[in-house]
Design a protein around this ligand. Sequence first.
Ligand code: PGA
Length: 300
Amino acid sequence: PRPFSCLLNHVLNAARGNSRAAFSLILINGPLGAVPPGQRKDLLRMNKQLRKAVIAGNWKMNKTPSEAKALLEEIKPLVKDAGCDVVVCVPYVDLCTALEATKGTNIGVGAENCHWAESGAFTGEISAVMLKEMGVQYVITGHSERRTYFGDTDVTVQKRTRAGLDAGLTVILCVGEYLEQREQGITAELVAMQTKIALGGVSKEELKRIIIAYEPVWAIGTGKTATSEQANEVCAQIRKVIADLYDQEAADGITIQYGGSMNAKNADELVAQPDVDGGLIGGAALKAPDFAAIVKAASK
Ligand code: PGA
């Protein structure tokens, strides 16, 4: 058999031109367990190169339509050469403005939530079908602020995720633990359970339109970022959950972001981690230079 390093080069070359070929080569080579320990890191890094890093802004309840337009005009030139996917998730009332302002650019537009029904007596709610018809491409589900303040549960997150997929959107599914849960040592179990429930009924094909955002609740909006090791550890655990639920190919292909006080200063180190494929950015997404710096970090 060919020495592993030779195979690795071959896969890297294939990856540059054709990621499908590279995936199948990895599959031919077998699971990571068959790889000599010294070369596992290379393989992890290589798999990372095959995945798309996605930097998504989560504007939360910020910016009126005119402010949204001004911010996007500032962001556009700064991210136009991005080497990663760039998304802005904005309040419902800013969607029209954001879609108009980003037309013909490399910036995708997302909503911050959606209801699970297509239509009906749900005063104040917005359906995924409505978002899709507007031209929206992404929707966030399961954000901890929705879970904490608006009663979202793992079950309703699953329903919202299902609705997003059914409408043809790409879903940014958020999972993450509270500080007490981390201190209890149940982060891995909790995040695995959130992931499994939310993905109930999602096929391997549909999984290509799922991005998972690992967001430790204690790090959101607090200025307390997870260390890059903590972020990578949980992202890797989530990837393992995907391998168990689907297969290694699905796990190698899925984009798993970190979110929680990611900023222009700490982004470099966080997004360089082998299992961290970009970020979901709150506060720093509201400042064009900061958001652009994070996009730059993820473009390396
Ligand atoms: P933050 O928010 O970057 O302000 O911590 C992240 C998020 O809630 O998605």
